[in-house]
Design a protein around this ligand. Structure first.
Ligand code: AMP
Ligand code: ZN
Length: 501
């Protein structure tokens, strides 16, 4: 059956039929990371979500140009117009050049994206590589009368823009009058702005500022929001189809992007705005200061008090797919254990399914219909705003069918050969091409790690028995040897856990 793509558009706050600006082609821009520290799991969730969207659009037959930037200048520590540059601050701390910081954390980000088996974007532009384009855009906005210069800095005039187009605040649902009062108190060193809600598109740099460029207005640097406006325009045109990012970027970042694009070309840049929701842990926002955070590395090694064991990257990815990109996702040990079980079950079924070559059923009305309905529904769910949890649940409904074929259950041998082929194709396409999962058993990875976990359980058991009988020689020997192998044991109320250091 053919399906129609619908997406939830944050701009209109409703689900809309997706109609690309040019039939068959899609331009998609996603805000990439600010490369001043290790990428965290929340970032990974957003980028994995857009990877699945990109993969599905390709699968649906579109020719997609996917642009995801690297922010390497202009993002200040307070996320607005004051504070130091996040990258420069980190450079001072680590005693490195800003560009060394950029390279270090860009490499780390790319490694993490490879670990999660995401596709590379078609273009990955950097803000520092597009200073000329940003200066040109500032000039155009000035020429259009929507910005003003003050002491070498250039500010976007939000009030004038709002009076002209009534658009400032539309995406984030902010009301200009509230914005004016909200931001009035934090003016401090921003007193050169005409209105508190105005924002910098070019900033004059202080002498101490590390990253600065010549411009018609001052030796300075571009405002954070400007890079995305300039680079999306350069690579996707004044108007393009999809703009994405986490929903924490709606305001001020995306709101200001829209304002700048309007200021430069009098048009709404993206037709559809897609926002991912935040990753939580144990029901609360992940936060380092509240001791409620975990890094991808900790998850992969099990070295965290929040989890009882190590989880593989594909289990994590599977866990992410089990919720819709626009819903919050709560990471708990229980949820990860469940995801691990689900991942193994579906991979196991698929492994058998793909080995069936000699099926010769003549047809079974009910089962053939069930396979046809459910496989079609998998596609329908993905066409419905990329609903991965629903699509996965249809695949799960098909697992007992596969297992019954395997067990030779009565009637299942009659399933038509074409239905089996349909199943094989659906599982192959969705698990691997669209969701971008990998079968870790097949690669030998998890099969090995399962055996390893089993061995560790056995060793922990032997140590427990030794301690119970006060056989300290054996228990010390086990701990010392494990320490040598860089495996740590943690004794707690609920027993002993292990992790790889
Ligand atoms: P940043 O490097 O902070 O600019 O973030 C890069 C991307 O990750 C942006 O699209 C953010 O919205 C997104 N992001 C940041 N924190 C989280 C989180 N906890 N959950 C999901 N996405 C996030
Ligand atoms: Zn951006």
């Amino acid at each position: 059956m053919t399906h129609e793509l619908t997406v939830y558009n944050s701009l209109s706050r409703q689900k809309e039929k997706f109609v690309p600006l040019e039939e068959g082609f899609i331009g998609m821009y996603v805000c990439g990371p600010t490369v001043y520290s290790d990428v965290h799991l929340g970032n990974c969730r957003t980028f994995v979500s857009f990877d699945v969207i990109y993969r599905f659009l390709l699968q649906a037959g579109y020719k997609v140009r996917y642009v995801r930037n690297i922010t390497d200048v202009g993002h200040l520590t307070d996320d607005a117009d004051s504070g130091d540059d996040k990258i420069a601050e980190r450079a001072k701390l680590e005693q490195l050049e800003p560009m060394e910081i950029v390279q270090k954390y860009t490499n780390g980000f790319h490694e993490m994206m490879t670990i999660f088996n995401t596709k590379k974007p078609d273009i990955e532009p950097r803000a520092t590589g597009h200073i000329m384009e940003q200066i040109e855009m500032v000039q155009t906005i000035l020429d259009n009368g929507l910005a003003y210069v003050k002491n070498g800095s250039v500010y976007f005039d939000t009030i004038k823009f709002h009076e002209q187009d009534g658009l400032y605040g539309k995406l984030s649902g902010r009301i200009i009058e509230d914005l004016l009062t909200e931001t009035r108190d934090d003016l401090k060193n921003q007193s050169e702005k005409n209105h508190p809600s105005d924002f910098a598109i070019w900033m004059k740099a202080s002498d101490a500022h590390l990253m600065k460029w010549n411009s018609p207005w001052s030796l300075g640097f571009p405002g954070w929001h400007l890079e995305c406006s300039a680079m999306s325009t350069k690579y996707l045109g004044n108007q393009f189809d999809i703009h994405g990012g986490g929903n924490d970027l709606k305001f001020p970042h995306h709101e200001n992007e829209i304002a700048q694009n309007y200021g430069a070309c009098k048009c709404q840049p993206a037709k559809y705005w897609l926002h991912t929701n935040m990753l939580l842990m144990n029901g609360k926002k992940m936060s380092k200061s509240d001791d409620n955070s975990i890094t991808p590395q900790q998850l992969f090694t099990g070295d965290s008090k929040h989890i009882t064991k190590a989880y593989s990257p594909m289990v994590l990815k599977f866990f992410m797919l089990q919720s819709h990109y626009a819903s919050t996702l709560d990471l708990t040990n229980e949820a990860l254990l469940a995801a691990e079980k689900g991942y193994k079950r579906i991979m196991e079924a698929n492994r058998y399914l793909q080995t069936i070559t000699d099926h010769s059923g003549q047809g079974h009305a009910e089962l053939d219909q069930k396979i046809s309905d459910l496989t079609d529904q998998v596609a329908a769910d993905m066409y419905d705003d990329f609903n991965t949890p629903k699509a996965l649940s249809r695949l799960f409904e098909l697992v007992p069918v596969i297992n019954s074929v395997k067990d030779g259950k009565e009637g299942y041998g009659d399933i038509a050969k074409a239905s089996i082929e349909q199943l094989q194709q659906t599982f192959r396409i969705y698990l691997f091409d669209v969701f971008g999962l990998q079968d870790e058993f097949e690669a030998g990875g998890n099969a090995l790690s399962d055996k390893f976990s089993g061995l560790m359980d056995l060793i922990i058991d032997i140590r427990k028995d030794a301690r119970a009988t006060k056989n300290w020689d054996t228990s010390d020997k086990i701990r010392d040897k494990l320490t040598e192998l860089e495996i740590a044991l943690k004794d707690g109320k609920e027993g002993t856990n292990w992790s790889i250091k």
